[in-house]
Write a protein that binds this ligand. Sequence first.
Ligand SMILES: Nc1ncnc2c1ncn2[C@@H]1O[C@H](COP(=O)(O)OP(=O)(O)OP(=O)(O)O)[C@@H](O)[C@H]1O
Ligand SMILES: [Mg+2]
Length: 221
Amino acid sequence: MILKVFDLSKSYEKNSVVRSVSFDINHSDYVAIVGPSGSGKTTLLSLLTGMLKPTSGEISYNNEKLSRLSKSGLSRKRATDVGLIFQFSELIGSLSVRENILLPAVFTGKFSPDEYNEKCDYLIEKLELNDISNKLPRMLSGGQIQKAAIARSLINDPDILLADEPSGDLDPENSALVRELFSEYNKNGLTILLVTHDMKLAFDAKTIYEMRDGQFTRTLK
Ligand SMILES: Nc1ncnc2c1ncn2[C@@H]1O[C@H](COP(=O)(O)OP(=O)(O)OP(=O)(O)O)[C@@H](O)[C@H]1O
Ligand SMILES: [Mg+2]
């Protein structure tokens, strides 16, 4: 089991945003969480990244409790083993698209420079970023920034991808590119947990959970 979430809750003062959520994710699973705005999806993902501390409950990756990891251990894990796509992605303004995609490589050195360049070329090709790979973020559309952030999240070949609305800024054609890429990586063993309002993307997943008022209410698939 790659991820185990047990009785996880998060409150802001009296407002319970995530309420006693439990679920497991196995290696190579593809899981989508859907649900209305404000139901706690982004909060749940932030808890899973370790960037937000839960009020109670436990999260384990490969049987290792997230709460036991040191700050540096947590950062290392996030950089090497976990791919992250945020709901509102940001790129480093002074770096080109290609440099942004390769940035996690600088921090982790998981692969050789040649391997990183090869992976980067592949992701640029797959996401049709060729024409903009040398541009700075301020010259890009929201959708182009989102695609670059998706490429960046996969450059280290993570064990698990946590993605919050990865196709939120994309038109149907570009959403299809992302869906294809995710399905391909999942077939090759990547575990995916994503949050989405895009039902086409959700239905690519093997399992769909519905979240309402901070709780998992139904399994839709
Ligand atoms: N830092 C915070 N302090 C207080 N309340 C917060 C905080 N962050 C989120 N909330 C509240 O938690 C609830 C859930 O927010 P969250 O962002 O997790 O929703 P969501 O399901 O991701 O919604 P959307 O689909 O619109 O992205 C909201 O009511 C929000 O106001
Ligand atoms: Mg959200």
